[in-house]
Ligand binder design. Structure first.
Ligand SMILES: C[S@@+](CC[C@H](N)C(=O)[O-])C[C@H]1O[C@@H](n2cnc3c(N)ncnc32)[C@H](O)[C@@H]1O
Length: 270
């Protein structure tokens, strides 16, 4: 987990968020399609799987009742709704690249009758948020995918008020994630799978601590704190359920894509 303090200027949040260009075109293609639709369908499972991380993020963010919150890469909006509940006299805006997830986020917030929560499909790296409008910027595994991380951090800094906070969660490097290592080992089928580059857009986009700190400071943030959080990830009710679900994810599809039929079957049954 990455926990960060920020400084910025002061203004109130936007009420009209205008559609803006997408800088992260490849990520938009990835998330605003099958992957995002899968997440939108399986929102309950995703939310359940990282429940303990969610709690750690909110403990670090310590959102007060009158605060304004910006949620980066909000997905189907569980963290945005939680921010809205924590700030009944403030408001929360969730932004994400996936149309399907944003639609689902709106439905879920509407079903709960949350009036201080809103959502926009936009690219957080370049969206012209009102300067200094937010007391707290949060991101639950949504800030790992930026093509230009420093520009994205700078945009979040611009959106933060003076003395505001930025709190982000991102995966640590592979060797510290037993659940991912186990999956890769099972699906390697004798291949030497390349190690994902730390700090590149993807699951390990915040895993290079020094680089993250450097980019945050260069974006304008102060008092950067990065702390390791290790909690259980729960992918299903039982092994069979978790297996079925994981087989439908982009992550497993990606690991299997260059295997032919029989090697793929062997990998899946290992
Ligand atoms: C791993 S998912 C996490 C979703 C959600 N925060 C959660 O915890 O369930 C990453 C999310 O970040 C979003 N995302 C990636 N890059 C983004 C960007 N540049 N601007 C806005 N959202 C982005 C994706 O569309 C995706 O929904």
């Amino acid at each position: 987990m990455t926990s960060v303090s920020s400084v910025s200027k002061g203004q109130r949040p936007e009420t009209d968020v205008m559609a803006t260009p997408i800088a992260n075109v490849e990520m938009a293609a990835a998330w605003d399609g099958e992957e995002g639709e899968g997440w939108a369908r399986e929102w309950e499972r995703y939310d359940r799987s990282i429940r303990r991380y969610h709690d750690r993020l909110f403990a670090a963010a310590a959102i007060a009742p009158s605060e304004y919150v910006l949620d980066i890469g909000c997905g189907t909006g569980e963290s945005t709704r939680a921010a809205g509940r924590a700030a009944p006299r403030g408001a929360a805006l969730g932004v994400d690249l996936s149309t399907a997830m944003i639609e689902s986020a709106r439905e879920l917030a509407g079903a709960e009758g949350l009036l201080n929560v809103s959502f926009e499909r936009t690219d957080a790296q370049v969206h012209p948020f009102n300067a200094g409008a937010y007391d707290v910027v949060i991101s639950r595994f949504g800030a790992m995918f930026f093509l230009d991380r420093r520009a994205a951090f700078r945009n979040m800094w611009r959106a933060s008020r003076a003395g505001g906070r930025l709190v982000m969660l991102g995966w640590q490097e592979l060797r510290r994630n037993e659940w991912l290592q186990g999956m890769r080992a099972a699906l390697s089928a004798g291949r030497d799978l390349p190690s994902p580059a730390l700090g590149s857009p993807g699951p390990f986009g915040l895993a290079d601590r020094d680089g993250v700190e450097r980019d945050l400071v260069s974006a304008g943030f102060e008092r950067v704190e990065i702390s390791g959080v290790e909690e259980l990830v729960c992918e299903g009710a039982d092994a069979e359920d978790a297996y079925r679900f994981l087989c439908s994810t982009g992550m497993v599809r990606g690991l299997l894509q260059d295997l032919d039929g029989s090697r793929r079957a062997a990998a899946l049954s290992s």
